[in-house]
Design a protein around this ligand. Structure first.
Ligand code: AMP
Ligand code: MG
Length: 278
């Protein structure tokens, strides 16, 4: 086994500078992750240890109610938003973890401001919530498909930053992961979806339409990373061409976020000698 990367190594390798000093160019970010985990065996071992730690930490978070954690997963079709959720919480009880996937807004959702459907389901104290797609769709697909006026989209970056700031200042940590895959890898995965009977249900002709806008999506993501990586809710770019490396990197970042909350079991509020069970 080679040297395992430390949490700091992983944070440094994935963090988008929250001061927005440098222009973000996704072409400069590896989609492979082999500089972080040299081999897949190491990544799998790391993921297993972190997924177990996440289970323990979630239990303590639930008991302590010190705060809550919102995990925002974004990435183009097939980048692995479902896979990360499944693997990072492999050992965790579903009791304290909620997952919300955001698709096309309903009529009721469209009748409200775009943040309404998100704010309604942010985690309460003690809980972890995963957003599979999120408020960022409102500056990605909405921008590219022109589903809202350009001026309205332009205002949203700052609105999203303020929304996340409100959450953070009120006890919710916000971890944002952009799953970064290459166009070739997406091509492979879409082909697989068509070929493997158990995966066909995941295929959506719209995925091919979105793939035609590949460069536009990359540019729209770059704008998101540039304008919405803030000191209170920075973005991480997770290399996602290799499933095992992707899951290991994401799990480590989730674990670190939970550790930073320092969840501790509360004092039970009674003396142990007070009760006797016959
Ligand atoms: P999936 O995640 O593959 O189930 O697909 C969900 C679809 O809903 C994707 O094509 C998203 O782009 C789309 N979607 C998510 N949020 C919005 C939104 N706010 N407006 C329009 N489409 C959206
Ligand atoms: Mg899809």
């Amino acid at each position: 086994m080679t040297d395992q990367p430390s949490t700091k190594d992983i944070r440094v390798a994935t963090l988008v500078d929250p001061r927005g000093m440098k222009k973000v160019s996704l072409a400069d970010w590896s989609t492979r992750g082999d500089k972080i985990f040299e081999n897949k065996k190491d990544a799998k071992a790391s993921l297993d240890a972190d997924a177990q730690a996440i289970n323990t930490l979630q239990d303590a978070l639930f008991a302590s109610k010190v705060g809550s954690l919102l995990i925002v997963l974004q990435g183009i079709d097939t980048s692995g938003k479902d896979g990360v959720t499944k693997e990072a919480f492999h050992y965790t009880s579903p009791l304290g973890v909620l997952v919300h996937a955001f698709g096309k807004p309903t009529e009721e959702e469209l009748a409200h401001d775009y943040l309404w459907r998100l704010h309604k389901v942010t985690p309460r104290k003690g809980y972890i919530t995963v957003f599979n797609r999120s408020q960022y769709e409102d500056v990605l697909v909405v921008k590219l498909r022109k589903l809202a006026p350009a001026e309205a989209v332009e205002q949203r970056y700052e609105q999203i930053n303020q929304f996340e700031k409100t959450l953070v200042e009120n006890g919710t940590r916000v971890l944002k992961l952009m799953l970064h895959i290459s166009k070739d890898e997406q091509g492979e995965r879409l082909r697989e979806r068509l070929e493997v009977p158990e995966k066909r249900w995941k295929f959506n002709p719209g995925d091919i339409e979105d793939r035609k806008l590949w460069d536009d999506y990359q540019a729209a993501y770059e704008t998101v990373l540039q304008r919405c990586s803030t000191p209170w809710a920075p973005w991480h770019v997770v290399p996602a061409d290799s499933r095992s490396r992707r899951d290991a990197i994401a799990a480590r970042l989730i674990r670190a976020e939970l550790e930073a909350m320092k969840p501790e079991y509360p004092d039970p509020g009674y003396r142990l000698d007070q009760y006797e069970i016959d």
